[in-house]
Each structure stands twice: as C-alpha cells, then as structure tokens.
Write a protein of this length. Sequence first.
Length: 130
Amino acid sequence: PTNAVMWWHRSDAGLILAWHETIMIIMVNEGDAMITETNAVNFRQNLGEMLNQVQYRHDSVMINKDGKPVAVLIDARLFERIRRMQGRFDALCQRIEAGFSQVPESTGIAEIEAAVAQERRESSISAEDH
C-alpha cells in the first residue's frame, strides 16, 4: 500500500479516502480530532502511519475484524482521561449503591421504569412540537 490518496470525498458526515482497493472512512469528531475506521489487515500494513496519526494529530483509529469493531487505538492522554473518569464513575456507583442499599430491588426497578417512561413521554411530546 502507498500513502498516496487515490480518491477522496468530503461531506458533512466526514471524509472518505481510498488507497488502491482499501477504503478508510474518517468521521469528524468533536474538535479537530478524527476517528478512522479500518480493518485489521490494513491496520497491520499501515501501523506506523496510524501511530503517527494518533500521536501527533490526536486522532483515534477503530480497528474492525470481520466488519465488527474489536479495538480502538487512542492517544495516551485520552487513555489517561478515560482511566480517571472510570475511577470517578466507579466511586460514584459505590456511593449510589450505598445510598440505596435499604431500598428493595423491586422498588428501585419500578422507580427506574417510571422515570424512563416519563422521559419518553416528554421526549415524544417535545418532538411533536417541533
């Protein structure tokens, strides 16, 4: 494979690039970072280029195998942020669990189902108004 782009198309949804017979779909993410989807074979063949893309442009690469996502290559700073957020999320879950430890499970599930139903009603009404 060559690094030269043989064909490309830009739209509001993102950018589609083709290298010979391989197609990569690059979608615009928040900010200037992008997410590239590629298959495992293409990833192996272009590992150095994709590492540079992640390291220097702070993009992400989603690796698909048999058409399904199996892994994502992200830059180290984003990984550290995700790890910190996971720790905070786990702590929050423990606090919620402790706070509701005396509530019977059936009561909790009923309250959740009622809240979801209410939100769906409000969302459908809001959608109808627009």
